[in-house]
Design a binder for this molecule. Structure first.
Ligand code: HPA
Length: 275
């Protein structure tokens, strides 16, 4: 089946559950941040399993449903659980939900993730507004035949992380008294954490954070000219910076520690988001 036909079926199924509600902002919640979806008012919850052509999440700690409803005066469509390349999905499958959002008329995308901190001046628990990314791996969600209905074959990435939205986020952070960093996110495919040498390489290349998500979604969103913001919760110092091994528990623990602050920031950004 052609991608546009598949997307059309996914969109129709989701729309049939929304009772005329029109989501304005797509929100993807990263590792340990999924609880935020519980704040959504009058939620419609749709299991990924039930949506035609949707991939299904396999990671412990990642839930697999869409939550659609009100948040801070906006109607949001929230992905509680995302798809990662390391799970075995193709890049095209990883970005399938973002394309479905666009089909539903959503022009705004809020990406969140947990990431390793490469910048040695920063600390675990810091929040970073993504200003740009580095994708050194060869694969791309747009590799192969271009779905012309979604966007052009060759497309700009200089606006992938919307500068206006970064300003909105900085103002939101000041209003809430939350310190935020700004920096570059570099994609590694995982599931192994990076080596110490890879982290040194990332730093020299200009990265402030490393992680295993977000980049494919930001690329697909840019292709479709969606307005995108990305925020990383820096859950741990990246490999080799401290004299200790990395583990997923630390990622979850830090996520747990900062989730209140993080969700306060996310909510204030959504409240002030110019839709
Ligand atoms: N590396 C890659 N992804 C991550 C990390 C990390 O150190 N921490 C949380 N997600």
């Amino acid at each position: 089946m052609e991608i546009m036909e598949m997307l059309g079926e996914s969109k129709e199924y989701i729309e049939s559950k929304l009772g005329g509600r029109k989501p304005q902002i797509g929100l993807i919640l990263g590792s340990g941040l999924g609880d935020m979806a519980d704040a959504i008012e009058d939620p419609v919850v749709i299991d990924y399993h039930d949506i035609p052509h949707f991939p299904v999440s396999t990671v412990p700690g990642h839930k697999g449903h869409l939550v659609i409803g009100g948040l801070e005066g906006k109607t949001v469509l929230c992905m509680q659980g995302r798809f990662h390349y390391y799970e075995g999905y193709s890049m095209e499958q990883v970005v399938y939900p973002v394309r479905t959002m666009k089909m539903l008329g959503i022009e705004n995308l809020f990406l969140t993730n947990a990431a390793g901190c490469v910048n040695e001046n920063w600390r675990p628990g810091d929040l970073m507004l993504i200003t740009d990314h580095i994708k050194l791996i060869a694969d791309s969600p747009l590799r192969g035949r271009n779905p012309d209905e979604l966007g052009p074959r060759f497309f700009d990435m200089t606006q992938a992380y919307d500068k206006i939205l970064i300003t909105v986020a900085e103002k939101a952070a000041i209003k809430k008294g939350i310190a935020v960093r700004k920096g570059v996110y570099m994609l590694f495919t995982g599931p192994a954490f990076e080596t110490a040498a890879e982290v040194r390489f990332a730093r020299i290349a200009g990265a402030d954070a490393v992680g295993m998500s977000t980049v494919p979604e930001a690329i697909a969103a840019s292709h479709m000219k969606m307005h995108t913001i990305g925020i990383s919760c820096l859950t741990n110092m990246a490999a080799g910076i401290l004299d200790q091994p990395l583990n997923h528990e630390e990622v979850l623990e830090t996520g747990e520690r900062v989730k209140k602050t993080f969700s306060a920031l996310v909510r204030e950004i959504i409240r002030t988001w110019p839709v």
